[in-house]
Design a protein around this ligand. Structure first.
Ligand code: ZN
Length: 213
């Protein structure tokens, strides 16, 4: 999943990028509560002179793309739990757009969330709502009735996370195949069916390796 990096500058108005180093422990989900705003619109709003709020976020996702506005190892002001709050000081934030094709947007948000959890070796327990930090009715797009949308979102992220993970029985072999000495596959999408060209390439690389020995 491609992340379009468009960081706002350190001197962005209203302290939106304070530049405070962060070692994140959670991933917090929001939605924009704006049915007309795309990911690019949201990113542009962060540097729009008529925006007088301090609020900011790390990543925004819509039905077409993901944009990163603040690096994931810096604090953004999104959780409403204050300057020392765990939500603000220890969590990466994703804004989900409410514009255009919501079904596609949710799928992109699921993939992005799973990617971040997977890369950081985090379980689904690290996934939080804005609501969990400060009681705000957010992410509104996932509320439906009594947060059933949120429960469903967590199930979808768990499934995607499972897709990205290596099964215990295969781990030793995958570690071998992806090690720097062997390097016959990059090991991505481990649960996906293999195409003929991918299989032939792996065999070819292995054959080269044997001939070198
Ligand atoms: Zn929010």
């Amino acid at each position: 999943m491609f992340i379009n990096v468009q960081h706002i500058s350190m001197d962005a108005p209203n302290n939106r990028r304070p530049g405070i180093a962060m070692e994140p422990e959670y991933l917090t989900i929001h939605s924009t509560a704006n049915p007309d705003s795309t990911a690019q619109n949201e990113r542009d709003w962060l540097i729009n002179p008529s925006n007088t709020r301090t609020a900011s976020w790390h990543l925004v996702v819509d039905d077409k793309e993901v944009i990163e506005a603040i690096p994931q190892n810096e604090v953004a002001w999104h959780a409403g739990d204050g300057r020392k709050g765990t939500g603000n000081k220890k969590s990466i934030s994703i804004e989900i757009c409410e514009s255009n094709d919501r079904e596609k947007t949710i799928i992109n948000a699921v993939k992005l969330s799973a990617k971040i959890l997977h890369e950081r070796k985090w379980g689904i327990d690290r996934l939080k709502r804005h609501y969990d930090w400060s009681g705000k009715h957010c992410p509104r797009i996932l509320e439906c009735n009594n947060w059933s949308g949120w429960e469903n979102f967590k199930i979808m992220v768990s499934k995607e996370l499972e897709e990205l993970s290596i099964s215990t029985w295969a781990k030793e072999a995958v570690d071998w195949a992806t090690s720097s000495e062997i390097n016959i596959t990059d090991g991505t999408k481990p649960k996906e069916s293999i195409t003929l060209e991918r299989m032939i390439t792996i065999l070819y690389r292995y054959d080269k390796l044997i001939q070198k020995k």
